[in-house]
Design a protein around this ligand. Structure first.
Ligand code: HEC
Ligand code: HEC
Length: 316
C-alpha cells in the first residue's frame, strides 16, 4: 500500500519535474532569443542608423568619409565642440549606471549624476526613440568591450556659460515621453521621418542658429553646414537634401538615392585617401542601413519643403 502510493507519488513528481524542466528551459530559450534579438537591433542602431560611434569612436580621416577605427568603438574622447568631448560609453563607465539611467541620458541628456549633457550629444533627436529601440541600444552597449576611460573633463568656459545647454534643455526636452513611439509598420513616410531623427541627419544638414540655440527650421535639411578639418586639410559643406530641383535632390530617383548609399558597402569605395575631397558624411556607416530603411528615408525627404540653397560642397 505504502509502496504503491510512493510509486504514484514518485511518478507524478517525475512528470511534474520533467514538465517544469521543459517549461523552464523553453522560457529561458525565449528569453535568450529575445535578448539576442534586442542586442542585434541595438547593434544595428548604434553602429549604423544612429552612428553613435562616429562620435563615440575614433574616425579615420585618412580614408574617405572617416570610417571608425576598429577597436575604438565607445572609447570616446573626440572633441565635439570647444571643450566638449564625446564620453566613453563602454561598460567601464556605464557599467554602474542602471538601464533607466542610460535610457534617460540618451533621450533627455540628463546623466546619472543629474548633470545636463552638452547638446552635441543629439538627445534632442533621440527623444523620439521608441522604448523598444532605446532599450535595445542599452542592451547592446552592455556588450561593448570595456575600454579604460581617458576622456578629458568637459570645460564649458569657452562657451556662453551654460546657456546653450540650458536653452536646449527647455526647448527640446520638455515633451519627452510623448513622442517615443515606434512608427506604424507599413507607413514608409512615418518610418523615414523616424529614421531621419534617429540618424540625426539634421545635426549636419540643417543650419544652426548659435545665438538662439535652435535649428533654422526654414531651411530644414537645406544643407550648407560647414565643417573644417585643417589637420586633414579638408573643408566641406553638407548637401541640400530637400526636393528642390535646382539645388537639392529633387531630380534624384529613388534608385539613384539608394545606389549612392549602396556604393559605400564596398570597402574599395572609401578605403583610400581623398585628400581635400574628403567628407564628414559617414557614408561607410550609413551605407549599411537596410535598403528598406534607405528607401523610407528617401520617401520622407520627398515630403519636406524644398529649400533653394545652392551648396558648394568643397569650397576653395
Ligand atoms: C554628434 C556626436 C554624438 C553622437 C552621434 C552621439 N553622441 Fe553620445 N555624447 C556626445 C558627447 C559630445 C557627449 C558628452 C557631452 C558632455 O560631456 O556634455 C555624449 C555623451 C553620451 C552619454 C553620457 C555618458 C556620460 O558618461 O555622461 C551617453 C550614455 C551617450 N552619449 C550615448 C550615446 C549613444 C547611445 C549614441 C547613439 C544612439 C550617441 N551617444 C550618439 C556626442 C554624441
Ligand atoms: C556628420 C555629419 C553628417 C551626418 C550625420 C549626415 N550627413 Fe549627409 N552629408 C554630410 C556632408 C558634409 C555632405 C556633403 C559631402 C558629401 O557629399 O559627402 C553630405 C552629403 C549627403 C548626401 C549627398 C547629396 C548630394 O547632393 O550629393 C546625402 C544623400 C546625404 N548626405 C544624406 C544624409 C542622411 C539621409 C543622413 C542621416 C541618416 C545624413 N546624410 C547624415 C554630412 C552628414
Amino acid at each position: 500500500m505504502y509502496n504503491k502510493r510512493l510509486k504514484h507519488f514518485t511518478s507524478a513528481t517525475l512528470v511534474f519535474l520533467i514538465i517544469t524542466a521543459l517549461f523552464t528551459d523553453s522560457c529561458s530559450n525565449d528569453a535568450d532569443e529575445s535578448l539576442s534579438a534586442k542586442i542585434n537591433r541595438g547593434d544595428y542602431l548604434v553602429n549604423t542608423v544612429c552612428n553613435c560611434m562616429h562620435c563615440h569612436g575614433q574616425r579615420d580621416f585618412t580614408k574617405f568619409s572617416g570610417p571608425v577605427i576598429p577597436g575604438t568603438e565607445g572609447k570616446g574622447g573626440q572633441p565635439e565642440g570647444k571643450g566638449v568631448y564625446a564620453a566613453n560609453i563602454t561598460p567601464t563607465v556605464l557599467g554602474n549606471w542602471t538601464d533607466e539611467e542610460v535610457v534617460r541620458a540618451i533621450t533627455t541628456g540628463i546623466t546619472k549624476t543629474g548633470d545636463t549633457l552638452f547638446p552635441t550629444m543629439p538627445y534632442r533627436d533621440y527623444r523620439y526613440m521608441s522604448k523598444e529601440d532605446v532599450t535595445s541600444i542599452v542592451a547592446y552597449l552592455r556588450t561593448l568591450k570595456p575600454i579604460p576611460d581617458s576622456v578629458p573633463k568637459r570645460n564649458l568656459e569657452g562657451f556662453l556659460p551654460g546657456t546653450l545647454a540650458a536653452l536646449y534643455q527647455s526647448l527640446y526636452v520638455n515633451n519627452i515621453g510623448k513622442k517615443n513611439i515606434h512608427p506604424p509598420l507599413g507607413d514608409d513616410i512615418a518610418r523615414g521621418t523616424y529614421l531621419v531623427k534617429l540618424g540625426s541627419c539634421n545635426g549636419c544638414h540643417t543650419l544652426f542658429n548659435i545665438k538662439l540655440g535652435v535649428f533654422n527650421n526654414d531651411s530644414l535639411l537645406g544643407g550648407g553646414v560647414y565643417f573644417n578639418h585643417p589637420e586633414y586639410n579638408f573643408k566641406v559643406n553638407s548637401a541640400n537634401l530637400t526636393p528642390d530641383s535646382a539645388t537639392g535632390i529633387g531630380t534624384w530617383a529613388e534608385e539613384t538615392f539608394l545606389a549612392k548609399f549602396k556604393n559605400y558597402r564596398n570597402e574599395k569605395a572609401y578605403n583610400y585617401n581623398p585628400g581635400k575631397y574628403n567628407t564628414e558624411m559617414p557614408w561607410s556607416i550609413l551605407a549599411e542601413m537596410t535598403d528598406a530603411d534607405i528607401k523610407s528615408i528617401y520617401r520622407y525627404l520627398r515630403t519636406i519643403k524644398p529649400v533653394n540653397n545652392k551648396v558648394e560642397k568643397w569650397p576653395q
